[in-house]
Write a protein that binds this ligand. Structure first.
Ligand SMILES: *[C@@H]1O[C@H](CO)[C@@H](O)[C@H](O)[C@H]1NC(C)=O
Ligand SMILES: *[C@@H]1O[C@H](CO)[C@@H](O)[C@H](O)[C@H]1NC(C)=O
Length: 480
């Protein structure tokens, strides 16, 4: 009982903290006319640690609750903000799937009882939830590239299966979709009234949670969700690298990065002690407990307000959670410093960024296809893209995270195209490595498309430090 109260108190406190902090930041985030003097330090809030609105030491519980992304108050976002003489040309959306059931179980404990059916009288709720279920149940197999057509179109197990999307996850993406609809369709008329299948480009990995997340977002987004106009392509690789996945140097970076991770873990005696204690509680060897990646399960307990598991030897508790989560944060810090992950990311994200600029360039030529692209993906997709763009300070992708590229045309200079980049509703355009300097020179609140193109075609490889200037050479560099 004592444990339960302490748990709830902590949860409530952290939720309040998160809410206050986010609200404050959102107020700062209302665009302060970056056009006036080109200096907008205010837009540096939220993805960067901020001494005023965030705890001085990164608080593991606060970070965890941001990660849960529990739908509550209507969100403010910066998507679609542009001077009136700019026309929205195309939008490219990368999402992480919504809240899911853990991928691992803590050995020898009862797994958390979470219901993955979708029902109106459970929170969180979205007004479109019932309509979504009824529409999905009439789904059409013709809308999916094989093997996607064998996947269920919405979560439906009374006890969630491993990795299954939850109601929270569906609501998160219905909300994302609705938000994007208000901005991109209602305000900016991205799609014509008689839009057709060609105007969407939809791609998902082969997991039910990503497909279902993509469908929920689209259901919130599209004015009429017509199965005949939906076609989801299947992406076998979490890097979305399609035909360009073979890259030996990328794998070498990854191996070195994993080695770094391993060494950092060994140095953390408190972490080892914590795993040891937890292993005793559940009565398995420490190695087995660690391999079961308990943080994934513990986050589910936290996000769903279900107390941590107990056995007759005791309970897994918040102190254990804090130690592991704090280590994760420390690990991310060292990851930024050592830059091995950056090398991995530059090569890992190149194919999908290359595809995106290709799509943008076709749109600048006046082609009307693929005006809205949606990639329904994973943390291991978004993380490398963020890192490659130079957004290494950005928070780890939370459930239902969204990273958006907007392409704009200046009506006064129709040959000039610009991009904006937004992460979870925050404008991060001028945090990217290819537009930091531009920011200081230009009064325009956007980045020239050429900057992004130059970065993807060449500068990404220069950033790797070798002499390579293209993907193939960079991937096959000898003596790395
Ligand atoms: C968490 O669950 C308890 C019941 O176990 C409930 O009283 C409390 O309101 C819940 N808290 C939140 C934030 O949902
Ligand atoms: C980049 O995109 C172009 C077309 O836009 C394509 O020809 C090229 O093969 C792509 N490169 C990689 C490495 O994906």
């Amino acid at each position: 009982m004592l444990f339960r109260n302490r748990f709830l108190l902590l949860l409530a406190l952290a939720a309040l903290l998160a809410f206050v902090s986010l609200s404050l930041q959102f107020f700062h985030l209302i665009p302060v006319s970056t056009a006036k003097n080109g200096v907008s330090s205010k837009s540096r809030k939220r993805i960067m640690p901020d001494p005023v609105t965030e705890p001085p030491v990164t608080d593991p519980v606060y970070e965890a609750l941001l990660y849960c992304n529990i739908p509550s108050v209507a969100e403010r976002s910066m998507e679609g903000h542009a001077p009136h003489h700019f026309k929205l040309v195309s939008v490219h959306v990368f999402i992480r799937h919504g809240d899911r059931y853990p991928l691992y179980v803590i050995p020898k404990t009862k797994r958390p009882e979470i219901d993955c059916t979708l029902v109106a009288n459970r929170k969180p709720y979205h007004p479109k939830l019932e309509a979504f279920v009824s529409h999905m149940s009439k789904g059409s197999g013709a809308s999916f590239e094989s093997p996607l057509n064998s996947l269920p179109l919405y979560p439906n197990h009374p006890l969630c299966e491993m990795g299954e999307l939850t109601q929270t996850g569906v609501v998160q993406h219905l909300q994302n979709g609705q938000l994007l609809r208000d901005i991109y369709l209602k305000k900016h008329k991205l799609l014509p009234n008689d839009w057709s299948a060609d105007q969407l480009y939809l791609e998902t990995t082969g997991k039910s949670r990503t497909l279902q997340s993509g469908l929920a977002l689209l259901y919130g987004f599209l004015p009429d969700f017509d199965w005949k106009k939906i076609y989801f392509r299947h992406q076998p690789s979490a890097l979305f690298c399609s035909g360009s996945c073979y890259c030996p140097v990328r794998n070498q970076y990854l191996e070195k990065e994993q080695r770094r991770q391993y060494l950092l873990r060994l140095k953390n005696s408190q972490l080892e002690k914590t795993y040891g204690e937890m292993a005793k509680i559940v009565d398995v060897p420490t190695k087995q407990l660690r391999a079961a990646n308990p943080i994934d399960s513990m986050l589910c307990h936290l996000c769903h307000n279900v107390s941590f598991p107990c056995t007759r030897n005791g309970c897994v508790d918040m102190e254990h959670f804090k130690v592991i989560k704090t280590h994760q944060i420390e690990d991310e810090r060292e990851r930024r410093e050592k830059k091995l992950y950056l090398g991995y990311s530059l090569l890992g994200a190149h194919p999908i960024l290359n595809q995106t600029i290709g799509r943008m360039q076709r749109a600048t030529e006046g082609r009307k296809e693929e005006l809205f692209a949606l990639y329904s993906a994973h943390d291991v997709t978004l993380s490398p893209v963020l890192s490659a763009l130079g957004l290494s300070e950005a928070r780890f992708p939370r459930f239902a995270a969204r990273l958006i590229f907007e392409l704009w045309q200046d009506r006064e200079k129709p040959n000039e195209h610009s991009v904006r980049i937004l992460y979870n509703g925050v404008d991060v355009t001028f945090h990217t490595s290819f537009c930091q300097d531009h920011h200081k020179r230009s009064p325009k609140p956007m980045c020239p498309l050429e900057n992004l193109v130059r970065f993807v075609k060449r500068d990404m490889f220069v950033a790797l430090g070798g002499s390579s200037t293209n993907y193939y050479d960079a991937c096959h560099r000898e003596g790395f």
